[in-house]
Design a protein around this ligand. Structure first.
Ligand code: 9MR
Length: 377
């Protein structure tokens, strides 16, 4: 081979190398864009969580698990740690599923929520039927001590008391209030704090953007604080609609709770796109309604116009969260995708709702893009 030919081949080889390198660089930057996920995009702002059901906890929903690990860094147990499931009889606890849930969180280094210690709904029958205050106080103590102790250092935060308020901000007439009196809330927080002094303790409720209820929560938090009882945060559930609550009221609530020196978390975010039979807001779980076509307008697919509306709504509320990120710990979605949201069955059974960022095929929706776009570049 003569020298010129060798030179030519060498240059050609170098050219190919340079081209490959350039392609490689292009691919790398494309890859970087492709792997932008919710948890990465908001990593300097707040945690991005999701409620997981039993199928996910037991890793029987493999697409769901993949999505969970990719997009989220916090988990909440949708149903498995509620009283009727975890403590079904006075002397027996059922930890099989909750142990798996906690292990899933640990193995994937996720912020792991406990939901929920004290709630009037999904309560065990023996609790709902107890009228003796000493007996109920014993049950409550055993419940909180046993569960919080078992997951000490593994559960990062507890929804200690859930939905204890009426819409006007007064205390709900739950079995706890009737039998134990209003101090049951303080007792629950004290028991949780002494069982695990390091775990974060939250009060969690819906419709917390309604002014009267907002004030009720402010009073509740202040009362605990004045008595020196530990409370770290308020969980605003966030079962919202396309127009309600207003952005102004969302912001007012975040500010009102932050002003008390506690952190705000959005704990159960979803945005219904379906008509509401009673024009209800929030998540009063005792309501149900008969099916009707008029009430289920999008059985197969959401029209583009509503997709756009949903994307805009998510964008608007995330802008507020970002504005207040210093006072916010976490934004958790109530379900991994539109296929398994509780809103397909509430307040009317068997509808097709579209309240989350991922569709029934586990694919990101326009709403997902609009939220991520807030953090682009
Ligand atoms: O998503 C949960 C659903 O699967 C249950 O059937 C329902 C029963 O009450 O509870 C749902 O989760 C609720 C949460 O635990 C507390 N806030 C309201 C949520 C929606 O009802």
């Amino acid at each position: 081979m003569n020298t010129n030919r060798k030179k030519g081949m060498f240059l050609c080889f170098m050219g190919i190398l340079i081209m490959l390198h350039a392609c490689g660089e292009k691919n790398t930057s494309k890859d970087t864009q492709e792997v932008l996920t919710l948890q990465k995009a908001f990593s300097n702002d707040f945690l991005i969580g999701v409620a997981i059901n039993r199928q996910l906890i037991e890793e029987r929903d493999s697409l769901g698990v993949q999505l969970l690990i990719k997009e989220f860094n916090a988990i909440s147990p949708e149903n498995e740690m509620k009283w009727m499931n975890i403590h079904p009889q006075p002397d027996s606890f059922y930890f099989d599923i909750s142990d798996k849930y906690v292990a899933l969180g640990e193995n994937n280094d996720m912020f792991t929520l406990g939901h929920t210690l004290v709630w009037h709904s999904q309560l065990a029958d023996y609790m709902a039927q107890t009228t003796d205050s000493t007996l109920m106080a014993d049950y409550l103590k055993d419940h909180i001590n046993t569960i919080v102790n078992r997951y000490k250092g593994k559960i990062d935060a507890w929804d200690v008391v859930n939905e204890a308020l009426n819409e006007d901000g007064t205390l709900r007439e739950s079995v706890f209030l009737k039998v134990l009196g209003e101090d049951y809330i303080e007792t629950a927080f004290q028991l949780a704090a002494s069982a695990d002094p390091d775990v974060k303790l939250l009060y969690n409720d819906y419709n917390l953007c309604n002014p009267e209820k907002r004030e009720g929560v402010v009073r509740l938090v202040k009362r605990l604080q004045e008595k020196g009882i530990k409370i770290d945060g308020v969980g605003m559930q966030g079962h919202w609609g396309l127009t309600q609550p207003s952005l102004a009221e969302i912001e007012k609530s975040i500010k009102a709770y932050s002003d008390l020196g506690v952190k705000v978390s959005i704990t159960e975010l979803d945005i219904t796109v379906l008509p509401n039979p009673w024009d209800l807001e929030g998540a009063e779980v005792s309501q149900n309604f008969e099916n009707s076509e008029k009430m289920n307008p999008y059985p197969d697919e959401l029209p583009d116009s509503v997709k756009i509306q949903l994307a805009q709504r998510y964008k608007d509320i995330f802008k507020i969260f970002l504005k207040h990120k210093d006072n916010m710990d976490r934004v958790t979605f109530w379900g991994i995708n539109d296929g398994n949201t509780w809103l397909n069955n509430w307040p009317i059974r068997g509808r097709s709702n579209y309240p989350l960022l991922f569709d029934r095929e586990y694919l990101p929706k326009k709403a997902y893009d609009s939220v991520l776009a807030l953090k682009a570049n």
